[in-house]
Design a protein around this ligand. Sequence first.
Ligand SMILES: Cc1ncc(COP(=O)(O)O)c(C=O)c1O
Length: 361
Amino acid sequence: MPRPITAFIDPLALRHNLSVLRQRAPHAKLCAVVKANAYGHGIERLFDALRAADALALLDLSEAERVRAAGWRGPIWLLEGVFEPRDLETCSRLGLWHTVHCDEQIDALSRHKTQEPHRVFLKMNSGMNRLGFDPRRHRSAWARLQALPQVDEISHMTHFSDADGERGIAEQLRVFNEATRDLAGERSLANSAALLRHPETHGDWVRPGIALYGSSPDHPQHDSGHWGLRPVMSLRARLIAVQSLQAGDAVGYGSTFVAPNAMRIGIVACGYADGYPRHAGTGTPVLVDGQRSRTLGRVSMDMLAVDLGPCPQAGVGSEVTLWGRASQGPVLGVDEVAAAAGTLGYELLCALSPRVPVQVL
Ligand SMILES: Cc1ncc(COP(=O)(O)O)c(C=O)c1O
């Protein structure tokens, strides 16, 4: 028997989320961000559902190869562009769109020999200070690209630092609009948070990632239910033991949880080596047989403990949902679990361990 833990991947949920996002941005084309192996879900597992997108965006050439091998003939966009000049050969061979965010990438393009000119997205650093040209240099970079025979279409892009928060997008949007005002080319600005919260950013192409996978981009302000999103990944395990504690008994490494009174606890076949966050302290929500309960004490490599107080019927073999949908129906948002561990749903989804068996629903 394999250890009783499985990650369930629900392509129908992705299909649903994609259509929710389309309805929110009805005038834009939708580029599904599938970097990091579709945020940990597995690109190939979701491939059929992803066909509903207008383009796929990723970072790694090896993932671009995989997407083409799976049969995707639509656009593939390298969000960080090329890392070295010879990557441009792969762009030509696979017909990849690529971001251009620095002079070195333009230099490489100018030396590249290709039969087919490329489509590029010129990236502006409108305030995040990660990738992109200074707004005052965007126009001259555009003019350089415009003069290259290797380039046949130039679009404009930027990325927001605070689309999910209080600071918002207004200043970055103003800078971007001003610097690109009279330049030809399509525009792309919106990640999931901007798509859902700031319709004025939609432009020609939206680039949602996390919302496609059913996690709320602005948790805890709004949960995924608020946005009508469904979890694509559900991590479920089973109880492999039950302990009856007396008042004063401690649980797990470091004895960080001490029972205030007699209680039943369950031991779950899931630990940090499965991708469950070790920093999730006592009180992190779980579903036991679909009923809400909490973790107790420290998460160890292969196990964690849960309170069986709210679910006295539970015993060895009972299902424990660590995040996502329980087989009984109720949902525990990955964002809630992430918050309890001081991180984001993004990190938990991407960190699912390769040792966890995956089942596509
Ligand atoms: C340039 C760019 N666009 C879009 C996205 C998608 O962002 P999100 O997953 O927040 O929707 C990312 C992700 O980091 C990104 O780097």
